[in-house]
Structure formats: C-alpha cells, structure tokens
Design a protein around this ligand. Sequence first.
Ligand SMILES: CC(C)(COP(=O)(O)OP(=O)(O)OC[C@H]1O[C@@H](n2cnc3c(N)ncnc32)[C@H](O)[C@@H]1OP(=O)(O)O)[C@@H](O)C(=O)NCCC(=O)NCCS
Length: 183
Amino acid sequence: MPSRTLHTQRLVLEAASPAHVDGLWAAQEVSLPELIRYMPWAPTASRRTTETYVETMVRRWNDATDWAFTVFHEDTVAGSISLMGYEALSDLAEIGYWMRSDLTGRGLMTEAAAAIVDFGFQEIRCHRLELLAAVDNIGSIRVAEKLGFSREGRLREANRAPATGGRHDMYAFGLLVHEWPRA
Ligand SMILES: CC(C)(COP(=O)(O)OP(=O)(O)OC[C@H]1O[C@@H](n2cnc3c(N)ncnc32)[C@H](O)[C@@H]1OP(=O)(O)O)[C@@H](O)C(=O)NCCC(=O)NCCS
C-alpha cells in the first residue's frame, strides 16, 4: 500500500481526506488571484467544489489512478500536490500542485514535489513522471527545473487561461527514473 503520509524537512504531506476540506478551501480562498492565472478550476472554486474534489481524489486513490496529498506547513494547510493520471501499461504519471500565495518563494513546493517524485518512482514504480507548466508560469517552470526535469516540448493552447478567457501554451517536462538519484 502506498504511504499516506510523507515527511520532508519543513512539510507533512497527508493523503487528501474529508478532514482537510476546510483547510484546503481557506488556503485556496486567500490565493485565488494567483490560482486564477493558471488553474482552470479556480474561477468557480468554493468550499463545495473543494469537498467534491476531495471525494473524487479519495475514490481515485482507492482506484490507484491518482494520489492527492494535502500539504501542511506548521500544522496549517499550505497547498496541495498530486501524482495523477497513472498509466499502468506505460508506467507514467503527471505531477500537479498549488501553494498558498503567502507561502510561495520559499522553496516549499520544490520540497513537496521532491517527495512526490520519490513517491512516484519508489512506491508507484513509475518509469517516467511528467509535469506541465504554462509557458509564462515562471514559478512552476523553476520547480520543474530545480528537480531536474527536462523541458521536452511546447503543447499549443493545451490549457485554459481562466484569468483572460484565453488559453495557455504549456511546456511539457519529463523526468525518468534513472535520472533521479534516489530512485
Ligand atoms: C507555482 C507554485 C506552485 C510555486 O510554489 P513555490 O512554493 O513558490 O515554489 P518554490 O519556492 O519551490 O520555487 C519557485 C521558484 O520560482 C521562482 N519564481 C517564482 N516567480 C518568479 C518570477 N516571477 N520571476 C522569477 N522567478 C520566480 C522562485 O524564486 C523560486 O526559484 P528559486 O528557488 O530558484 O529562487 C506557486 O507559485 C503556485 O501555487 N502558483 C499558482 C498555481 C500554479 O501555478 N500551480 C502550478 C500549475 S503547473
């Protein structure tokens, strides 16, 4: 069974659970101006959609397709990170995340994502991890680069840009198991 709790130097990552809904919504609510730039779900986010999200992720954890973790920093919800879209036939999955706005720029998401990379390679036995970031999302691009992901291509208009009503081109990043020192 995959670990339900992961520890890093400054963070605890816990498998998303209904007990996290209020904390997740509080973290989203204060971060909406930033989240709306890149997360298609942000314009309609509410406590109710957060509850539905958690229910979905609990089901998907049990189906072994997605593993969503709530990120805690000093006992408070700081964000969310997932290994998602696991393809058993090709041993690959994608990493997605967001961090509460008043905690960004401290290396925390890089720390959380390193734990998820360990989880993906060591526990789920992925061969390849993928990460998509809008071409102007410098923070997310830096997270991928700091972890050693390679930028492999540009996906045209691959995601909604909710703040403008347009679409983002996305950089596709990939990391292979033999490129990760702790695999
Ligand atoms: C992207 C996001 C998760 C990054 O979280 P974070 O905790 O700030 O990440 P880290 O601190 O580990 O790393 C961010 C890096 O980007 C850099 N960065 C962020 N914005 C930057 C900017 N405008 N110009 C230059 N560098 C920037 C930071 O300095 C840091 O790099 P460094 O450690 O080399 O200095 C967070 O900003 C966020 O949640 N954004 C909104 C949602 C989102 O975009 N999710 C990802 C979708 S792919």
